[in-house]
Design a binder for this molecule. Structure first.
Ligand SMILES: CC1(C)Nc2nc(N)[nH]c(=O)c2N=C1O
Length: 160
């Protein structure tokens, strides 16, 4: 069994509810249990600003699924939340990003691990460091150190 970390995000049609519901649904994925979840954070969108604020969180999974099998399950879950890809980086009901899968480093057309943007994103690294302060990235960097270098001022904790 493996330990995987998922980034959750939503900024459309009741983002808080989409994130809370997805956190529960992760526990029902095949061969998978959802372990801890981070606090939830609201923040202005990184990238195109002409869209609503996001609600983000990070969850730890324990799973027997391979990276690509888990990715399939995450994409199916996004679809069940009515994700429509109107425009790239546009608003979405639910984003589930596979951030880490044990210490795997992978570069395939469908999936790059660790997630290529994660270390630049406060809305990922701050919740991840709260959830797993002892975690190191596959390249050895402590997540707390990467998180400390990112501007956290734009993140506001929101209650579940
Ligand atoms: C559009 C882009 C890059 N910006 C984001 N910005 C924030 N704050 N949270 C996200 O989850 C998020 N996701 C994205 O995909």
């Amino acid at each position: 069994r493996y330990r995987a970390w998922i980034g959750l995000g939503s900024n459309l049609d009741g983002p808080h509810e989409h994130v809370e519901r997805a956190l529960a649904e992760l526990d029902a994925l095949p061969l998978t249990r959802r372990r801890q979840a981070s606090p939830r954070y609201a923040s202005r969108p990184v990238g195109p600003a002409d869209q609503p604020d996001f609600v983000n969180a990070v969850a730890e999974l324990e799973t027997a699924l391979s990276p690509l099998a888990l990715l399939d399950q995450l994409q199916a879950l996004e679809q069940r939340h009515g994700r429509v890809r109107a425009r790239r980086w546009g608003p979405r009901t639910l984003d589930l990003d596979l951030l880490l899968h044990d210490d795997r480093q992978l570069a395939t057309p469908r999936l790059v691990l660790p997630h290529p943007e994660m270390t630049r994103r406060a809305f990922v690294m701050i919740p991840l460091a709260e959830l797993a302060p002892e975690l190191r990235l596959p390249d050895g960097r402590p997540v707390t150190r990467v998180a400390a270098r990112l501007e956290a001022d734009g993140l506001r904790q929101v209650l579940p």
